[in-house]
Design a protein around this ligand. Structure first.
Ligand code: CP3
Length: 371
């Protein structure tokens, strides 16, 4: 399916941006940089705006979500906006009882563990999202408009849309909230593989629709977060998880646009934490760029991937608290190692910690852009 001609990629507004070029495997003169969890958390202007509004209510308020998405782009001059939302937003919109508890993360009204509980969950029809996603679609539209008028940014800054991968969503659904090693979710895939695959298929459908809606509404790239896949062995990932993640990406793979007679697809990034052993499979499920956490050096990651896959990452968030000269050397090292990949988008190896001094992030952007 062709993107609308007014979509920022199809209209040629973001196609040649540093970010989208790098995701295509090209090396722009200036290396692009953005930060996972740049929207919210560490910014005082975010905290001020959020007073009195629960996290998921903020995500479903289009004006607020759009403003929060734009804040770090204005402040830091990053090369991408990442949509202010959460991986559990489509779960909430389809009817799952979930809240985000400050300092903890997503907490479910009830854990989904037995075959009957999974049946009740998958009875919630993903097709409801066609209308329920309207506030998300409106927020993306407002954001994309706003990204065309950021002072100092060249052209339009691309918006990265995102979704949680089925395993990471299932880790919250089965555990009922955040957990350390996701043992109940990992147990279920072995104790009842049939129920597990029903759960995975439903998660893929729900999260895939969330991702597709963002791209159709104007996001120029799509990132799949499998934050907790690092708790899986390669064998379990390949057999019980990867097919569902591939299914999510099918929701955006058919979205194309044509420029100067060439057909392009929407770039897809796949990221996980502690997934050094899974990188090749995470690429094979249908990603263009692989996001690498801070544990695997980028030159090692590139070698594992065969040397021809664009990489995103992987500044250690802990280094954000080091003296500037230590952090500067770390960023330079990340960039040197990133040179071994065909293209590199600088990012953190996981999200921005809430206590981060925002000026440090701005300084990293200046450093990356000046190199
Ligand atoms: O990256 C961005 O800035 C865009 C927005 C975004 C949020 N969550 C906003 C948010 C994105 C991309 C996410 C993804 C997300 N959410 C993931 C995958 C990425 C990752 O970090 O691993 C996961 C696992 C979640 C689930 C979740 N939501 C967690 C673990 C938490 C943290 C809880 C906490 O307070 O420490 C949240 C809450 C959340 N999501 C906040 C924000 C800005 C903080 C809420 C607040 O400020 O009150």
């Amino acid at each position: 399916m062709h993107l609308d001609s007014r979509h920022p990629l199809a209209a040629g507004l973001t196609h040649d941006s540093r970010l989208i070029r790098a995701y295509r495997g090209d090396r722009p003169d200036v290396t692009p940089v953005w930060f996972m969890r740049q929207a919210g958390r560490s910014l005082p202007e975010y905290r001020e705006l959020r007073v009195g509004t629960a996290m998921l209510d903020a995500c479903l308020n289009p004006e607020m979500a759009s403003e929060i998405t734009l804040q770090p782009v204005r402040r830091h001059g990053v090369d991408a906006a990442v949509f202010f939302s959460d991986i559990v937003v489509p779960l909430k919109l389809v009817g799952v009882g979930v809240e985000i508890v400050p300092g903890r993360g997503p907490v479910m009204d009830a854990a989904v563990r037995t075959s009957d509980e999974i049946d009740a969950l998958v009875a919630l029809d993903p097709a409801q999202l066609d209308t329920a996603l309207e506030p998300v679609i409106e927020a993306v539209r407002l954001t994309v408009e706003g990204l065309q008028g950021i002072p100092g940014a060249p052209g339009a800054t691309p918006l990265v849309g995102f979704a949680g991968a089925p395993f990471t969503l299932a880790a919250y659904l089965v555990e009922g909230g955040p957990s350390k090693d996701h043992i109940r979710a990992r147990a279920l895939m072995h104790s009842d593989p049939v129920a597990w695959s029903r759960l995975m298929a439903w998660c893929a459908e729900v999260t895939g629709r969330f991702l597709r809606a963002q791209v159709l509404a104007g996001a120029s790239a799509a990132q799949l977060f499998d934050s907790w896949a690092g708790s899986l062995s390669l064998e379990d990932y390949t057999e019980h998880v990867a097919p569902a993640s591939a299914r999510v990406l099918e929701h955006v793979h058919d979205l194309e646009y044509e420029l100067d007679g060439v057909t392009h697809s929407v770039p897809v990034v796949h990221f996980g934490v502690g997934t050094g052993e899974l990188l090749t499979t995470m690429h094979e499920v249908g990603a263009d760029t692989v996001g690498v956490d801070y544990r695997t050096p980028l030159d090692v990651a590139s070698e594992r991937l065969g040397g021809d896959v664009p990489l995103q990452g992987n500044i250690d968030p802990a280094q954000l608290f080091a003296p500037w000269d230590v952090l500067e050397e770390h960023v330079n090292d990340v960039m040197r190692r990133g040179d071994s990949a065909p293209a590199h988008v600088v990012n953190l190896g996981h999200g921005v910690p809430p206590e981060t001094d925002p000026d440090v992030l701005s300084r990293i952007v200046q450093l990356v852009h000046s190199r």
